[in-house]
Design a binder for this molecule. Structure first.
Ligand SMILES: [Cu+2]
Length: 315
């Protein structure tokens, strides 16, 4: 386990054109990657919308049609299951009071009641069909991939995420701010807090904010291919209503179309080892213009294929 952690923290040194060992730059905000800062620094300040709140029990604000569908379905199911629960508890109470040995000393001896048996078979079937009529279209909407405007391959690793913008041939890693890769030790030190603020987050975003974020524009259909390189991880953004296991050797897909600019957090949702709690997910949803600017800077920073290369190849 220890070996794996060291590898996770140090194995990035020569990738993505960053020619320095990460574990070596453990000092202050400088530990945040210059490349990452260059690509993201020029983005406008964004409100944090998708984050957990202390004591919260509801859903995070939905910003995709998938998330709204899920919340609607959950509310509808809650009504059905409340009615059923109240009905069953009422029946139990009625039986306890009306048919105990004191109030009903001589019990009836019959064993079958065909109309009753048909009813308790048919009514649940009707309830399940009714639920299926609403839940199956929502399930198919999630699972049938629309044509993608942007395709991003996400790979879960012990314990960070790699985002590959496959349309432009570049990738970058995303580490939690405060993890060893950013010079931290998984605790909220003054240094980590300074890094959070430097990167545009606040103290409360410790354990959620990452050094680099996945950046997508509003209104675009984003297809995310989720996989893993070592053990099973799971990629999720609650505000988007998406969650998908990343399984080594398999490529699963999810999609979303985010409607509101802002910062959205998620966390690895499959127990994946000792630092499972320290591989959060940050997605920045920006305007299409800001996305274009970020994309150009990211291509330059991470060594992707410049966008005019497609035109040149076509000529
Ligand atoms: Cu994980």
């Amino acid at each position: 386990m220890r070996l794996a952690m060291v590898r996770g923290a140090m194995g990035q040194s020569s990738r993505n054109g960053r020619g320095f060992g990460r574990a070596g730059v453990a000092a202050g905000a400088a530990a945040l990657l210059p490349g990452a800062v260059a690509a993201e620094a020029l983005l406008p300040e964004l409100p944090v919308i998708g984050q957990p709140i202390p004591g919260g029990t509801g859903f995070q604000p939905p910003v995709t049609s998938i998330a709204r569908d899920l919340i609607w379905l959950e509310s509808m199911l809650m009504v059905i299951l409340t009615v059923i629960t109240v009905f069953v508890v009422g029946l139990l109470l009625y039986v306890i009071v009306r048919f105990n040995s004191r109030s009903n000393p001589t019990p009836a001896r019959f064993t079958h009641n065909s109309p009753l048996e048909v009813t308790w078979t048919v009514v649940p079937i009707i309830i399940l069909v009714f639920i299926g009529v609403f839940s199956l279209p929502i399930l198919f909407k999630q699972q049938i991939m629309p044509d993608a405007d942007i395709t991003i391959k996400v790979t879960g690793k012990q314990w960070y995420w790699t985002y590959e913008y496959v349309d432009h041939d570049f990738e970058f890693d995303s580490f939690m701010i405060g993890s060893p890769a950013t010079g931290g030790d998984f605790t909220l030190t003054a240094e980590t807090e300074a890094q959070l603020i430097e990167a545009g987050y606040a103290r409360e975003h410790f354990l959620l904010a990452t050094d680099t974020a996945m950046v997508v524009p509003t209104g675009a259909t984003v297809v995310v291919q989720v996989t893993a390189s070592d053990v099973i991880h799971a990629w999720t953004i609650p505000s988007f209503g998406v969650k998908q296991d990343g399984i080594p050797g398999r490529l699963a897909e999810l999609w979303f179309r985010a409607e509101q600019e802002g910062i959205y957090f998620g966390q690895c949702s499959e127990l994946c080892g000792i630092a499972h709690a320290y591989m959060p997910i940050t997605v920045k949803v920006v305007s299409p213009e800001d996305y274009e600017g970020w994309l150009d800077r990211a291509i330059a920073t991470y060594g992707g294929t410049p966008r005019n290369a497609d035109l040149a190849a076509a000529n």
